[in-house]
Design a protein around this ligand. Structure first.
Ligand code: CAA
Length: 380
């Protein structure tokens, strides 16, 4: 398989890289410290087309291919993993649901606003007692005339502090298990939608992770996404793509940590020489670089499969598993190479390490990715 980037993909990567380094990177530490959702940056990203990169031009997007979108997440996460996840969730599991499963009316109503960055989207699947076991959700949607009445709770919802549109999953038929789940599009401001507590996290500050409460929330039936009972399948199909995005986020974080550590060991002198000269340091860097390279090919391979419409569930999970484990290992080693300076906030590597951790957890823990991979192994 040839991964040589086309002229358009290279150009797009250059554009995003420049924006990420000139505009996002100088803000990354402040976003981490204040834990404030960077709405102004999101607006700027919208003006550049980044909030609707893979969305067709007919709906106000750029119409770029999927690999271009994945490259954009990687470059943005290099500068700020928090801004990277805002973009990834907004697009992969916030906007794609409407593009793939929405009616014409839903597409016309929502896609232009989301693609322009005027609106931000969120994905509300996880509940306090339904994380890895996504089908165990208890949020209930009951049909009442032309509406559904929804009651329940969600937790760990990325972007929720500022999201304008939520893709909400609820049980419409308690007797049908996984086939009793249904997806709904819920606008901010809908009576009964309560944006709950914002969660204080180890890292990825600024991504507005909140609880949600639905109290007799009335949603018009025209806001149902797909048919009743299709919710679980919709969630799983979205997560196949979403996981490639999170893999790209891990890759971006790992590359940032590697570059910082590499530059540092070339200037830090101990025992009369730059510490890069010590073989122990060189071996660490060699391992870090090799894992990053392997992660890059897994991520791009999964992205190209998806772009070509080929099955990619297993490859998406492999990319997510390997790239995010790499992010954790590389950022931890980067902190080690910086020594005491790695542990203080004057340097960015401690943030990279805190941000990397959650990539092994969300959009399916890396244990869940292993389950998915094992289930998709070809029979010997
Ligand atoms: N594509 C299409 N359909 C799929 C699918 C896929 N990738 N995976 C499963 N399905 C279908 C199956 O074919 C099956 O359909 P039938 O009933 O018609 O046969 C149905 O879904 C049930 O599948 P399983 O029996 O495999 O379901 P399961 O309960 O054993 O587990 C799981 C599936 C993979 C463990 C799933 O529950 C899972 O992915 N869990 C992790 C949840 C997760 O990733 N949450 C992320 C939250 S969002 C987030 O993190 C966003 C953020 O903030 C960054």
């Amino acid at each position: 398989m040839d991964f040589t980037l086309t002229a358009e993909q290279s150009q797009m990567r250059q554009l995003v890289r420049s924006f990420a380094r000139d505009v996002i990177a100088p803000r990354a530490s402040e976003i981490d410290r204040t834990d404030r959702f960077p709405r102004d940056l999101i607006r700027q990203m919208g003006e550049l087309g980044l909030m609707g990169l893979p969305i067709p031009e007919a709906y106000g997007g750029v119409g770029a291919d999927y690999l271009s979108y994945v490259l954009a997440i990687e470059e943005i996460s290099y500068a700020s993993a928090a801004v990277g996840v805002i973009l990834a969730v907004h697009t992969s599991v916030g906007t794609f649901p409407i593009l793939y499963f929405g009616t014409d009316a839903q597409r016309q109503r929502y896609l232009p606003k989301l693609a322009s960055g005027e609106w931000v989207a969120a994905f509300a699947l996880t509940e306090p007692d339904a994380g890895s076991d996504a089908a165990a959700i208890r949020t209930r949607a009951v049909r009442d005339g032309d509406d559904y009445v929804i009651n329940g709770n969600k937790v760990f919802i990325t972007n929720a502090s500022d999201a304008d549109l939520f893709c909400v999953f609820a049980v419409t038929d308690t007797r049908r298990g996984k086939r009793g789940l249904t997806a709904f599009l819920v606008e901010r401001g809908t009576p009964g939608l309560v944006i709950g507590r914002k969660l204080e996290k180890m890292g990825l500050n600024g991504s507005g992770t909140c609880e949600l409460v639905f109290e007799d929330m009335r949603v018009p039936a025209e806001n149902r996404l797909g048919q009743e009972g299709e919710g679980f399948s919709i969630a799983m199909r979205l997560l196949d793509g979403g996981r490639i995005g999170i893999a790209a986020q891990g890759l971006g974080i790992a590359r940032a940590a590697f570059d910082a550590a590499h530059a540092y060991v070339r200037r830090r002198r101990q025992f009369g020489q730059e510490i890069f000269q010590f073989q122990g340091v060189q071996f660490m860097l060699a391992d870090m670089a090799t894992k990053i390279e392997a992660a890059r090919w897994l991520v791009y391979h999964a992205a190209v499969l998806r772009q070509n419409g080929q099955p990619c569930t297993r490859e998406a999970s492999m990319a997510k598993l390997f790239a995010t484990d790499t992010a954790m290992q590389v950022t931890t080693d980067a902190v080690q190479l910086f020594g005491g300076y790695g542990y203080v906030k004057e340097y960015p590597v401690e943030r990279y390490m805190r941000d990397a951790k959650v990539t092994q957890i969300y959009e399916g823990t890396n244990q869940i990715q292993r389950m998915v991979i094992a289930r998709h192994l070809p029979r010997a």
